[in-house]
Design a protein around this ligand. Structure first.
Ligand code: SAH
Length: 230
């Protein structure tokens, strides 16, 4: 083997090591136990979802900028949200806030099909190209206001919102199947409670599983853009 090949292989090996360490130190240590969720985190390469300058930090314990003032969420938060969805593999999932597409890929590994809505068109397009290149064919991405959900394809078994909301958008409750689960950060602009909401025959039941900080959910049933900018 030539010199170049060897260097390339060593580089790949490094990321694999960082990825394994991330799973052990950040996820397992903090109580992520679902074996399938952990397997998805061993499989999806996070460095592919960040820009080349940030690639070396891809497995660090914090969110990273992805452009347009948005972030790829901290690995632990992605894992906790995913575990809270209790996916078995047959579900139709709606994600609001595609961002880098990393969480979308994790969901696609663990469910039947993923519908993902992103309000910033350039991010939606970038994620779509990347996910296609990585071989996912069970993901559909739409650019628009996710606080309205994605009605045409509803109802969903699971809904995940990856931006901070002021309250649960009614449209999302409506598009969730009975016995379905929604995971959503609810709070003010600076801190939120990660809520796990179960839809029952007689209403919804909600528990808080963690404190968190997400970029704001902006839209008709979220924050107004003018509140954020000024
Ligand atoms: N899961 C993503 C998180 C990205 S940050 C990742 O890990 O990469 C949250 C994303 O939600 C941002 O890209 C932001 O543009 C998007 N967002 C905010 N409000 C939205 C809305 N109303 N509809 C769809 N996407 C929204």
């Amino acid at each position: 083997m030539g010199f170049c090949g060897r260097i390339k292989r060593e580089k790949e090996l490094d990321y694999k090591k960082l990825q394994e360490r991330m799973v052990k130190d950040q996820l397992i240590r903090r109580g992520i136990r679902d074996k399938k969720v952990l397997a998805a985190f061993y499989k999806v390469r996070r460095e592919k979802f960040v820009s080349s300058e940030l690639r070396r930090q891809a497995y660090e314990d914090f969110p990273l900028p992805i452009g347009e003032g948005q972030t790829i969420s901290q690995p632990y938060m992605v894992a906790l949200m995913t575990q809270s969805l209790e996916l078995k593999g047959h579900e139709k999932v709606l994600e609001i806030g595609t961002g880098s597409g990393y969480q979308t890929a994790i969901l696609a590994e663990l469910s039947q099909e993923v519908y993902s809505v992103e309000r910033i068109k350039s991010l939606a397009q970038k994620a779509q190209r990347l996910l296609k290149r990585l071989g996912y064919n069970n993901i559909k991405i739409f650019s628009g206001d996710g606080t309205l959900g994605w009605k045409e394809c509803s109802p969903y078994d699971r809904i995940l919102v990856t931006a901070g909301a002021r309250e649960v958008p009614l449209s999302l409750i409506e598009q969730l199947k009975e016995k379905g689960i929604m995971v959503i950060p609810i709070g003010n602009l600076y801190s939120q409670d990660l809520k796990v909401i179960k839809k029952k025959k007689d209403g919804i039941r909600s528990v808080t599983v963690e404190k968190c900080v997400f970029v704001p959910l902006i839209g008709k049933y979220g924050w107004e853009e003018s509140t954020i900018n000024g």
